[in-house]
Design a protein around this ligand. Structure first.
Ligand code: ADP
Ligand code: F6P
Length: 327
């Protein structure tokens, strides 16, 4: 039985780090589940900066109407170096006290969770993490909010590219996001039947890539798509290497921040809703400094430090499949 005193009455909610499609669904779930359970929910704008600058507003049921289908975050996200200082955290704690916030729900990546844990260690404000990052680089969960949408956005772009690559018998090198993770690249390569893929988790082998492209050409293939994760190398570098070695016309497309926008997929909306509601359940159960996750379809929770102390899932099987099917 959870002691009444450890149950929160008023919680703060923020989105931090790189924004991710589905964050709004998570915000909506935390607000509505919190109100359902009799909690007051306060929105904090622009990540931890809003906590430091007291940019904090009460959220009502209607505050989150009509947002589940929109990318981005109504609370804005952001990075805040000041929160990494004791002075910044002291200001943040003063504002938590001013608004009588018993706990914070942090929707963000492992960096944001690290900030939440440091804040708890320094000022004993409870924090619960909801994993949101298109990179899917957070340990403790099979997927983070935004990853599925980013993969689908990149897939649609690459499908369009295939048309012109076929028309001109060209090679296209497409750079996708992911910071130090190759997760987006791997899923896009499998989904689009890419002829080549480079990820930071595997040592780059340009000669082997060129050999694959050459064999494909000899087998009669007319178009070639090479997916490069930004953490592996620059797509422009790969394109130059291919042109020099094969003498073939090669073009580059960097998808960049397109992968962070657009309406979240059903999968991301549902997962974000479950994660947001589960974060509230953890608070009601008196849990401290936990992160929400979904593993084998089940809601789980781990200590916040799990997000960066363990390794995020690396889907080597899918990488090998992408290469095997690209013959
Ligand atoms: P993500 O959450 O997407 O990994 P970042 O790593 O950029 O994003 O972190 C987002 C924000 O979290 C930072 O701008 C900072 O405000 C806060 N943060 C990250 N690491 C720490 C830390 N060690 N101590 C305090 N705050 C941190
Ligand atoms: O972490 C999400 C992410 O989109 C990474 O994939 C990318 O490298 C980074 O953020 C870009 O950061 P910014 O939006 O600050 O340019």
């Amino acid at each position: 039985m959870v002691e009444e005193k450890s149950k929160p009455k008023r919680i703060g909610l923020l989105t931090s780090g790189g924004d991710a499609p589905g964050m709004n669904a998570a915000i909506r779930a935390v607000v509505r589940a919190g109100i359902f359970h009799g909690l007051e929910v306060y929105g904090i704008y622009s990540g931890y900066r809003g906590l430091i600058e007291d940019d904090i507003v009460p959220m009502k049921e209607q505050s989150v109407s009509g947002i589940i289908n929109h990318g981005g975050t109504i609370l804005r996200a952001g990075r805040c170096e000041e929160f990494k200082t004791e002075e910044g955290m002291a200001l943040a704690e003063k504002n938590c006290r001013k608004h009588n916030l018993d706990a914070l729900v942090i929707i963000g990546g492992d960096g944001s969770f690290r900030g939440g844990l440091e804040f708890y260690n320094l000022h004993a404000v409870n924090t619960i993490g909801v994993p949101a990052s298109i990179d899917n680089d957070i340990a403790g969960t099979d997927a983070s909010i935004g990853f599925d949408t980013a993969v689908n956005t990149a897939m649609v772009c690459v499908d369009k590219l295939r048309d012109t690559a076929e028309a001109h018998e060209r090679i296209f090198v497409v750079e996708v996001m992911g910071r130090a993770s190759g997760a987006i690249a791997i899923d896009v390569a499998v989904a689009c039947g890419a002829e080549g893929i480079l990820v930071p988790e595997v040592e780059m082998d340009i000669p082997a890539l060129c050999k694959t492209l050459q064999v494909g050409k000899e087998r009669g293939k007319n178009s070639f798509i090479v997916i490069v994760a930004e953490g592996a190398t620059s797509a422009f570098h790969v394109a130059r290497e291919i042109e020099e070695r094969l003498g073939r016309e090669t073009r580059v497309l960097v998808l960049g921040h397109l992968q962070r926008g657009g309406p979240p997929t059903a999968h991301d909306r549902e997962m974000a809703s479950k994660m947001g509601a589960y974060a509230v359940d953890l608070l009601l159960a008196g849990k401290n400094t936990r992160m929400v996750g979904i593993q084998s379809g089940k809601m789980v929770d781990h200590h916040l430090s799990h997000a960066w102390e363990e390794r995020a899932p690396f889907d080597e099987q899918s990488l090998l499949l992408a290469k095997r099917l690209a013959i």
